[in-house]
Ligand binder design. Structure first.
Ligand SMILES: [Zn+2]
Length: 102
């Protein structure tokens, strides 16, 4: 198991940040389209794993699944083939399951 590393990305437009976690070994991007604010067109820059990051990550870097890979553009598949990781929202252990007690 690779060590899961946390990283920060800061948006240059809205000033918000996200925490990411590396799930797999591979390369991550230095810059991202803003994912902190819906509709924001800013660019987020990596904190380069510099700081001690504490908090709950909301995005994860990982190797795409087979079906995700199949649905990618050739450019993205090429990136994956070279060991590039992709960023995905972390789906909370789902649980908006409503249980009616009684
Ligand atoms: Zn932004």
């Amino acid at each position: 198991m690779p060590k899961e590393r946390l990283n920060l990305y800061d948006c240059d437009a809205c000033g918000r940040r996200i925490i990411t976690v590396d799930r797999d070994e591979g390369t991550t991007s230095f810059m991202l389209d803003c994912r902190a604010t819906r509709g924001c067109e800013g660019v987020m820059r990596s904190g380069m794993y510099d700081d001690e990051v504490t908090g709950t990550p909301t995005y994860e870097w990982r190797v795409p699944t087979k079906s995700e890979y199949r649905n990618m553009s050739p450019d993205c598949q090429d990136h994956a083939d070279r060991g590039g990781l992709f960023i995905y929202p972390i789906v909370a252990e789902q649980a908006e399951v409503t249980i009616n007690h009684g």
